[in-house]
Design a protein around this ligand. Structure first.
Ligand code: PLP
Length: 417
């Protein structure tokens, strides 16, 4: 591994390290924290306490939040089930539907670039006798709707396809998928973690039956999420996966995280009000970053569709650069790489591999995740820094030298060692 010297200085208005990893989590918006504060101390009641004002006060706050969240996705308050986050929401949706509809069929359709909370849940169901189809994606990261149609059969009970991907930001054709499902009486679940609050989502217009969302990716607190469960046309049944006091219409027992829920409600309210201007701003910043990188460097490419993409996402491969050295070189910038740390070894991202990228190119990829608190000066700094580091690493790269000299490196027979 090679390291490079830091030659790019940060201007006075840029504070290091820079956070550009908003798909992993987001800081809380200070307005969200303000809304939550009283519910930790003076308004501490259990929202299930029916006999006194402490309980009523908490319950009322929860109902306000339910309304704020429902409004953002075109649902009604009664269709909002609180959970501990999207991992739980995805588990509850898929396992809960599989259990409830097993008389009708045992087939589930999903796709290969889903989050692990969906893929591993499906894998577990396979052990219990369910049949799962994992649709491939095209080179742009989108599924092919004809593949989906062909995969549907009379045993299909559920289609679960994410709204937007957490690595490449690609937005799937959710309304079209919902329509295909409803025409055939198949339930449609979507992991909408990366989409809600970032792009318009409407469970009615998009024919979504069940939808997962988490607060900490939209400037709310960690450890609280929602499962939207449709109540009419059709009325969706979900078998509880946690037994207990019968909270949340019997679908999810456990005392509600009242401050967290209040925060999630506030975060959704803000997102609804500011989504449009924020999306415009982030798109502009993202395009600036992309233009700068592409202008200064050769052998870089964007992973995933640019047309169907979240405003704040840019996933780029820097070919002929060793991924780990690149990340080391830009260690004052918080981004994610195209490598996943599994059991101490670096595995190339399965999402990038599904697009057809080789291991090396996947490893040399970076996900830039821009969000609410990124400033233009940060984007400039990040672009300059990445350009500088990539150029320096390539100066040290014999592979890059050969490519520049016009040698076709795919024809070289490497000596085994
Ligand atoms: C972060 C994420 C999850 C998991 O959400 P948690 O609330 O952290 O459990 C699920 N799906 C997607 C697409 C995500 O980005």
């Amino acid at each position: 591994m090679s390291t490079v010297e830091n030659a790019v200085a940060a201007p006075a208005d840029v504070h290091l390290p820079i956070y550009m990893d908003y798909h992993s989590t987001s800081p809380m918006d200070p307005r969200v924290l303000d809304a939550m504060m009283p519910y930790f101390t003076v308004k501490f009641g259990n929202s299930a306490s029916r006999n006194h004002s402490f309980g009523w006060e908490a319950e009322q706050a929860v109902e306000v939040a339910r309304g704020q969240i429902a409004k953002l996705i075109g649902a009604s308050s009664k269709e909002i089930i609180f959970t501990s986050g999207a991992t739980e929401s995805n588990n509850l949706a898929i396992k809960g539907i599989a259990e409830m509809y097993k008389e009708r069929g045992n087939h589930i359709i999903t796709q290969v670039t889903e989050h692990k909370a969906v893929l591993d849940t499906c894998k577990r169901l396979e052990k219990y006798g369910y049949r799962v189809t994992y649709l491939p994606v095209k080179a742009d990261g989108l599924i092919d709707l004809d593949d989906l149609k062909r995969a549907m059969d009379d045993k299909t009970i559920l289609v679960t396809i994410m709204s937007a991907n957490n690595e490449i930001g690609v937005i799937q054709p959710i309304a079209e998928i919902g329509k295909l499902c409803h025409e055939r009486g198949i339930l449609f679940h979507t992991d909408a973690v990366q989409a809600v609050g970032k792009i318009p989502m409407d469970v009615q217009k998009m024919n979504i039956d069940v939808l997962s969302v988490t607060a900490h990716k939209l400037y709310g607190p960690k450890g609280v999420g929602v499962l939207y469960v449709r109540r009419r046309n059709p009325r969706v049944q979900i078998a509880a996966q946690i037994d207990g006091g019968g909270h949340e219409r019997g679908m999810r027992s456990g005392t509600l995280n009242v401050p967290g829920i209040v925060g999630m409600g506030k975060a959704c309210e803000i997102a609804g009000q500011e989504m449009e201007t924020e999306a415009e701003r982030l798109t502009r910043l993202r395009e600036k970053l992309k233009t700068k990188l592409e202008g200064a460097l050769d052998y870089v490419h964007v992973n995933g569709s640019m047309e169907h993409r979240l405003p704040g996402n840019l996933n780029m491969s820097f070919v002929y650069v060793e991924g780990e050295s690149l990340l080391m070189g830009i260690n004052d910038i918080a981004v994610s790489s195209g490598s996943a740390c599994t059991s101490a070894t670096l595995e190339p991202s399965y999402v990038l591999k599904a697009l057809g990228l080789g291991d090396d190119v996947a490893h040399s990829s970076i996900r830039f995740g821009l969000g609410r608190f990124n400033q233009e000066a940060e984007v400039d700094y990040v672009a300059n820094k990445v350009i500088d580091v990539v150029q320096k690493l390539r100066e040290l790269s014999p592979l890059y030298e050969m490519v520049k000299e016009g040698i076709d490196i795919s024809k070289i027979e490497w000596q085994a060692h």
